[in-house]
Ligand binder design. Structure first.
Ligand code: MF3
Ligand code: CO
Ligand code: CO
Length: 268
């Protein structure tokens, strides 16, 4: 297997899928309040994807090798949950932080994006973790250009996270995306500049750093999916799907409700 270079026609379909994935997050945002269950958020997103957008929720029944089929349409990862949190009866409460990760399929192509949301008022520490993680994602994205290296992305993410005293989860990474949910290459969120494969125009992949307030170690819950921090410290994640262009990058998962690019990008 090798890294696919998307044609202009495929790129147009990736733009549509990417925008639709982001619009699911816009749609669900007002429902993320104290008292709502993660299962209710899953249903709101599922119904919007299937009935309004006519998209397919990619996570539902997704079964990579070594995993049982994923039972829901989105991932909801709360507080010390790192990723792949399975929606259920858990009720969100004030000061929780939650990641909603949406992947839609439209016309055969995948769009994959996630954001952090505050339930009521976050603690100062939780807010800082979410903000720094957002900056980490964007600094990784900003390292994307043809002729650049995969390791440039990981390095930019890791440097920013660690200089703020946070740690980078190693076991999960960004990924190529297109006709398949998870394609080559693996996009590590740590590494050295100038290492790894060379980036070329037409590649599409995600940048989705998982950053922990405490140690980087994780473990999987008995549900076979949910990943949590071993030390129960808070964890945050943001995700965009990105295209390598002739001059740099294009973010494919933007929508009207996307938060603005962080100020750290325009600093020297
Ligand atoms: N959306 C996740 C990612 O960013 C993958 C979720 S797989 C699932 O790669 F099965 F848990 F949904
Ligand atoms: Co992804
Ligand atoms: Co995702």
């Amino acid at each position: 297997m090798s890294i696919s270079i998307k044609t202009p026609e495929e790129i147009e379909k990736m733009r549509v899928a990417g925008r639709l994935a982001a619009e699911v997050l816009d749609h669900v945002r007002p429902f993320i309040k104290p008292g709502v269950t993660t299962g209710e958020l899953d249903k709101i997103c599922h119904d919007y994807m299937v009935n309004v957008q006519k998209t397919v929720p990619a996570p539902l029944n997704y079964a990579p090798s070594g995993h049982q089929p994923y039972p829901r349409s989105i991932c909801t990862s709360v507080n010390h949950q790192v990723c792949h949190g399975v929606p259920g009866d858990r009720r969100l409460k004030p000061a929780d932080i939650v990641n909603l990760d949406i992947t839609v399929i439209k016309d055969g192509y995948h769009g994959d994006t996630s954001r952090m949301f505050y339930v009521g008022e976050p603690s100062i520490q939780a807010k800082r973790l979410c903000e720094i993680t957002y900056e980490c994602m964007w600094l990784g994205i900003a390292a994307v250009k043809p002729g650049g290296f995969l390791g440039d992305i990981g390095h930019a993410v890791q440097r920013h996270a660690e200089c703020h005293g946070f740690s980078v989860v190693r076991e999960f990474c960004g990924h190529g995306i297109g006709l398949r949910f998870h394609e080559e290459p693996q996009v590590l969120h740590y590494g050295k500049p100038g290492t790894g494969i060379n980036l070329a125009a037409g590649m599409t992949f995600t940048v989705e750093p998982m950053i922990n307030a405490g140690k980087r170690d994780i473990r999987q819950l008995a549900d076979g999916w949910t990943i949590v921090t071993k030390d129960h410290s808070l964890s945050a994640q943001w995700e965009h799907t990105v295209l390598v262009t002739d001059t740099g990058y294009e973010v494919l998962t933007l929508s009207a409700g996307s938060p603005p690019r962080p100020a750290v990008l325009s600093q020297p």
